[in-house]
Design a protein around this ligand. Structure first.
Ligand SMILES: NCCCNCCCCCS
Ligand SMILES: [Zn+2]
Length: 343
């Protein structure tokens, strides 16, 4: 399987995030992508190609222009305040506060962010645009005839909504890829999010649409981030009613429960008649993940890949989460190798 990868991911290297009430070193680090790339090479998964630039147009197909312009200028405006440290919001536009977009960069940082764990740094813009180029180059190759492709996207994307960043995500690589597949002729595209955390951003982007089916298996938002989206009763709205499926599972759920949810999701994808599949591949479902609470073992990721291959669809894998850095490479490549073995 071909991998698309860019060294520019290294430019996103936040110092700290506010997690569980205290500032800790970021869990979303460059070493994550290094370890995945090393495993891709060591396990001889296939060639590794660099992305070509696609510009902002494909990004603006799913993200709000004001949000994109904010990301483009945030660091320069932040550092003009004499700040050389990561930009993090200090409050949010919560219920009954005005929903006007602030002028000042500090206010915009609060308006366009979902949490305090997604630092904007000097290299964020370059890293995030390169990550979307990785996903878009993977689309180019899928349209060009590849049956399956791995977009080694970092920073990840599935928590990034139309107009806000969060969960270590700035541009929603999977949503940008799904939209690009639609724009290049696929009539129906399914996005399956297997990350431990609900893909709130991807749901937000496609919630009112019936041409992109969104499905997510994740830790129950009653106890897990992102808390405010990802419930089973969220089924889409308007045109999109019936085209959104959430499978929240209790923290600590066993592996067979997880795979039962996966089989239910795969059934929906088959019924939808998808012509292409985008997988938001987070491996923080791993039993040893430091910030997550499912129990998949490294061998289970082979089974996951094999089940996905059963759909017999052109498939684009976008890397999302996975914070047990040591095993991340094997966990990710097990999905891809498991997929290939059944293709
Ligand atoms: N107590 C856990 C806090 C989690 N904070 C953000 C998690 C983002 C996951 C991205 S896949
Ligand atoms: Zn996650």
């Amino acid at each position: 399987m071909l991998t698309i990868y860019s060294d520019s991911h290294r430019l996103q290297h936040g110092r700290s995030e506010l997690i569980d009430g205290t500032l800790k070193p970021c869990f979303e680090t460059p070493s994550r992508a290094d370890m995945v790339l090393a495993a891709v090479r060591q396990r001889d998964l296939g060639d590794v190609a660099h992305p070509r630039r696609h510009g902002l147009e494909p990004i603006l197909r799913v993200h709000d222009e004001g949000y994109v312009r904010f990301l483009e200028t945030a660091w320069q405006r932040w550092s003009e305040m004499g700040r050389d440290y990561d930009a993090l919001p200090k409050m949010w536009q919560i219920r009954r506060l005005r929903e006007a977009v602030p002028e000042h960069v500090e206010g915009q940082l609060c308006y366009y962010s979902m949490d305090c764990g997604t630092p904007i740094t000097a290299g964020t813009w370059q890293a995030a645009t390169a990550s979307s180029d990785v996903a878009l180059t993977a689309v180019d190759r899928l349209i060009g005839g590849e049956r399956a492709i791995f977009a080694l996207t970092r920073p990840p994307g599935h928590h990034a909504a139309r107009d806000y960043c969060g969960g270590y995500c700035f541009f929603n690589n999977a949503a940008i890829a799904a939209q690009a597949l639609r724009d290049r002729g696929a009539h129906r595209v399914a996005v399956l999010d297997v990350d431990y955390h609900h893909g709130n951003g991807t749901q937000d982007i496609f919630y009112h649409r019936s041409d992109v089916l969104f499905l997510s298996i994740h830790g129950d938002p009653r106890t897990e981030y992102p808390f405010f989206l990802g419930f089973a009763d969220e089924k889409g709205e308007g045109e999109g009613l019936g085209y959104n499926f959430n499978f929240p599972l209790a923290a600590g759920s066993c592996v067979s429960t997880w795979f039962f949810a996966l089989d239910c999701a795969l059934e929906q994808i088959a019924r939808f008649g998808a012509e292409a599949l985008v997988v938001s591949l987070g491996v923080d479902t791993f039993e040893g993940d430091p910030i997550s609470r499912f129990q998949l073992g490294t061998p289970d990721f082979v089974t996951l890949g094999a089940r996905l291959a059963g759909l017999k669809l052109p498939t684009l894998f976008c890397l999302e989460g996975g914070y047990a850095v040591g095993p991340i490479g094997d966990n990710v490549v097990n999905v891809l190798a498991g997929f290939e073995a059944r293709s």
